[in-house]
Write a protein that binds this ligand. Sequence first.
Ligand SMILES: *Cc1c(COP(=O)(O)O)cnc(C)c1O
Length: 368
Amino acid sequence: MRYSTFLEVNLGLLQDNITKIKRLTKAKLLPMVKADAYGNGLVPVSKFLVEDCEIKTLGCASLGEAVHLFSECPDLSAEVLVFSDNEISNPEVSEAYANFAITPVLHRPSDLETVLTNPAFSKLPIVLKVNTGMNRLGLNLEELSAYAPRLKNRGIKHLLTHFARSSDLLKDGDKTHRQMEEFAQAKKILKDAGVEVKETSVSNSGAIEQKFGLEETYVRPGLMLYGPYSVESRLWDGHQISRFVTKVLKTFTVKKGTPVGYGVNVAPDDGFIAVVPVGYADLSLTHISGADITVNGHKGKIFARVSMDVMFLMFETSVVGKIKEGDTVEIWNNDNRVICGLAESMKTIPYQLMCGVTKRIPRIYKVK
Ligand SMILES: *Cc1c(COP(=O)(O)O)cnc(C)c1O
């Protein structure tokens, strides 16, 4: 239990973000709730999306995440897709597909082989990912052509692909456009083979922000739902739904040359330090030292080595008296520019920051 260090997750702001996305597109929303809903909490976020935001389909990464969700919420009236670690050829766990409203995204030829030949999967809707140039998961066009004749009877419920560079500002003929052309070829291969495709999706946050791929059946927002923007120019001005709150544990002044913390770090100048009870066991990231954190309007820098339970914020000596023990510190707040700036100064991406908030930080839920 912690008392004044917590991650406040505001579900009302999540609802606002959903409303904003719905204004951008007529496509249905398939929110991604993998990785504990990007650190915000799989169960409360999923429940809220389904019960209060009219969401009917959710996306997890692994079968275990989907099973966990249904074991916590047996009455959840949604379908959950498993996008990567589908366990389809693991007989010990793949039976979960028969017991719950969980559908695997088939992304390897071996997945299709299993589903087309194992009678246990004869009723499973076919959700198929094609590789259009990201070269991670998905069948390439040759593999798709080879399987097309065997898909004719069953048809495809949902055909999808994933973009590698949708957070780059779009330009004619760029990677994202080329991937979209390849996706059109995939559709044509299936059409020519007489395979019916009922639904499609391509766009993650970066593409949605740029209004790209919105004519498909679904869009698959992840990051933007929770707040951060993907495209540098902040096309997306949604709310950061979480606020990471802690407090000043102790303050002291240092003279130039004073050693601080583990190892050999010394104050480069005279300064003023606030110790904060967030360490690497709370925020699990590598390049956190040097990043900017603002307290009471004064900009400080994470200084010296981050310990397991605490870190140091270094301020100029002019700040003495303006920050004191017990003052609130927001590592980030509901303005999405703060977490995006912090991620940049930590040489990482907001995804990793949100996923880096460990279990030691309690999540506190609030609806506005
Ligand atoms: C994670 C993921 C998304 C969401 O991506 P964001 O960049 O977070 O919006 C969409 N589709 C697939 C297949 C994913 O794995």
